[in-house]
Design a protein. Structure first.
Length: 229
């Protein structure tokens, strides 16, 4: 099974869900299929994990990265909306918007409501079963409601990014998959894909999984580790 996305894809999730790392790797995977890809960093909340930190490897792949002007590159200012609106009017084959975490982080999406209206949009909620507030179905549904209310756009699909960083095991991936299937059953939303590092993916029994698996190449690391360039 492969991920075959086109048009506009918005990636959102609560703090620590790994939604930015998911967005970055989704962009890379789409580009590897020969599609033109653009990605815009809308995350005005999280000071560490941002698409802008991965701009060099993304641009080297031929992916258009939409960021603030260099003088504002690390500023927490809502200054991206006009640039994002431009790429939405003339989108790539796949245009990915890396939205912020929780309801506060997706506020900027509301400013794009008019541009997104009547456009084909996938809105993905990334869930890490091992983060606070998303360890059960109730917590995942609460985060979903907050994102939809503030961002003024409906979630259309689910992504499991179950991990405990370097301590992640195959069983953690299965646990995350089981949780997201429960969320899917409760909401009727499809499970679009799950994620796993190359090492973990090679150990998975894919007969247990009925959705694509996105390989995560850790292109964003905590600030106390060296980022790959």
């Amino acid at each position: 099974m492969t991920i075959d996305f086109t048009d506009i894809v918005i990636v959102a999730g609560n703090y620590g869900s790994g939604k930015t790392e998911t967005a970055v790797n989704l962009a890379a995977a789409c580009r590897e299929t020969g599609k033109s890809v653009a990605i815009a960093d809308l995350d005005l909340v999280n000071p560490y994990f941002r698409t802008r930190e991965a701009r060099i490897p993304l641009e080297a792949m031929g992916i258009r990265v939409v960021l603030p002007d260099r003088q504002y590159l690390f500023a927490d200012l809502p200054i991206l909306a006009p640039a994002v609106a431009d790429i939405l009017r003339q989108p790539a084959d796949v245009t990915i918007l890396d939205a912020g975490g929780d309801d506060a982080g997706v506020t900027v999406l509301a400013s794009l409501e008019a541009v997104l209206k009547n456009r084909p949009v996938r809105m993905l909620q990334v869930i890490n079963a091992f983060r606070p507030f998303t360890g059960d179905v109730t917590g995942c549904l609460k985060i979903r409601q907050e994102i939809e209310t503030t961002g003024k756009i409906k979630i259309t699909g689910l992504v499991s990014n179950a991990n405990l960083l370097d301590d992640t095991s195959v069983e953690h991936i299965y646990q995350g998959y089981d949780l997201i299937r429960q969320v899917s059953a409760d909401t009727g939303l499809p499970v679009e894909f799950i994620t796993a590092t190359p090492e973990i993916r090679s150990q998975l029994d894919l007969n247990r999984i009925t959705c694509p698996v996105l390989t995560i190449d850790r292109q964003l690391l905590p600030p106390w580790k060296r980022a790959r360039r």
